[in-house]
Design a protein around this ligand. Structure first.
Ligand SMILES: Nc1nc2c(c(=O)[nH]1)N[C@H]1C(S)=C(S)[C@@H](COP(=O)(O)OP(=O)(O)OC[C@H]3O[C@@H](n4cnc5c(N)ncnc54)[C@H](O)[C@@H]3O)O[C@H]1N2
Ligand code: MOO
Length: 396
């Protein structure tokens, strides 16, 4: 059995980033850059006032009571024509170009207008209140790297730098296939021995949140031909995620059907709890990542393996950021599999973060999963941890 880290590495090696397309900046939220954003202009393009007041020469405006003659106005959008005359001041507004020759903006609260003159009402300590041209970024500067997920602030930066359209990676298409004679869609009356198929309704939004499109193709009964029919519908997908039927039971057909269809298994079990019967098999045009049928196992493995798979297709670095915290409760020793415990973070008043694992970690429990915000990661073969011990957590 391979470790989670090896499984992630295997998946990353087997998949390659998808092609690019161009979208308008207002359409690009949540997309991933396929090429760096390079500034087409400098920001600010000119030295700009940071305050409303008067553009002056510091040396002429330093002393309280100094008088300067008002030479004109510089507004945001319309600059004062010409340089600042000797002994002069230019009325200026925040964001307006600073006239040539001025090296200070006297804020209006520290000045008095008297007829055509400005009187300095408070001695000035040092020149300031001017934003130099290009302090945010300069033309030609590389601002955002390829593989960056476009957040609001990143898009504001791209727009400020003159990018009206952006090269982004095509959204990966992920198909979900449920499997099991016992499963029915939500809202249907249950016959005896049936349960509701729930996992796709959790995976779909998670996948969309990672930047891919998810389609639930339906439930295949435990029958090879039915599974094959659903797989055939996933033709234009990049990833197929069969759920359940992954284990060793006589009716666990998933891996076998995919193998028959030419998908080449690279791993069939992972040394992790929950989620051991997780498998990965790249095919000709798509790769299959099979998740276990137990709901918590499926969702844990989606976070640990499906998320990095989507990140790889998007050309992202995809390193999971770990959250450090101290465990609120003692934790048992782990067995030979790396173990992930559903848990809740508690922000301590002292700024120290604590994390409380739920008491029941059964891999069928969605009631616990829905209340969890992190997974505590315990290494394989770890000894018991006492309350207060530091642990690493993965965000859900
Ligand atoms: N003898 C062994 N038995 C099992 C082993 C093992 O190593 N030896 N592994 C166990 C582990 S660990 C897991 S996890 C499960 C997963 O098995 P499968 O992937 O084959 O899952 P199923 O048997 O199809 O289903 C398990 C469980 O989950 C329910 N399920 C399935 N799909 C859905 C869905 N879409 N929505 C909600 N619930 C679903 C299903 O009804 C079962 O209750 O195997 C252990 N057994
Ligand atoms: O790994 Mo299973 O996923 O332990 O319940």
């Amino acid at each position: 059995m391979i470790s989670v880290a090896e499984a992630v590495e295997t998946i990353r090696r087997a998949l390659s980033p998808l092609g690019a397309e161009e979208v308008a900046v207002e359409e690009a939220a949540g997309r991933t850059l396929a090429a760096p954003v390079v500034a087409a202009l400098s920001q600010p393009p000119f030295a700009a006032s940071a305050m409303d007041g008067y553009a002056v020469r510091f040396a002429e405006a330093q002393a309280e009571g100094a008088r300067l003659s008002l030479a004109g106005v510089s507004s945001a959008g319309e600059r004062f024509a010409g340089p600042l005359p000797a002994g002069g001041a230019v009325r200026i507004f925040t964001g307006a170009p600073v006239p040539e020759g001025a090296d200070h903006v006297l804020v209006q609260e520290e000045a008095r207008a008297e007829g055509g003159e400005i009187v300095v009402a408070k001695a000035q300590a040092k020149p300031g209140n001017i934003r130099a041209a290009g302090i945010d970024f300069r033309e030609g500067e590389r601002l955002l790297e390829r593989g960056t997920r476009l957040t609001g602030p990143a898009l504001a930066l791209a727009a400020a730098a003159g990018a009206a359209r952006l090269p982004v990676v095509r959204r990966p298409r992920v198909a979900l296939i449920a499997n099991g004679d016992e499963l029915v869609l939500p809202g249907k009356d249950l016959e005896p021995d049936q349960i509701v198929c729930s996992i796709p309704y959790g995976l779909g939004p998670m996948i969309e949140g990672w930047g891919a499109d998810a389609t639930f193709l339906g439930i295949a009964p435990d029958e090879r031909s039915a599974i094959r029919r659903l797989v055939a519908q996933a033709t234009d997908c990049d990833l197929i995620v069969p759920i359940g039927g992954a284990s060793v039971g006589e009716r666990d057909f998933m891996r076998a059907v995919f193998a028959d269809l030419g998908f080449r298994p690279l791993f069939e079990k992972v040394a992790v709890k929950p989620g051991k019967p997780t498998w990965f098999a790249p095919g000709k045009s798509a790769a299959a990542l099979g998740l276990p049928g137990n709901p918590a196992s499926a969702l844990v493995m989606a976070i640990l393996l499906l998320k990095p798979a989507v990140a790889r297709l998007l050309g992202q670095a995809g390193e999971a950021r770990l959250i450090r915290a101290r465990t609120e409760t003692p934790l048992p020793a782990t067995g030979p599999r790396e173990t992930y415990l559903r848990a809740r973070l508690i922000e301590g008043e002292d700024g120290a973060r604590r994390v409380a694992a739920f008491g029941n970690q059964d891999s069928s429990l969605l009631s616990v999963f829905a209340r969890a915000d992190v997974l505590i990661r315990r290494p394989a073969g770890a000894p018991p941890a006492s309350a207060g011990a530091p642990v690493a957590c993965v965000a859900i």
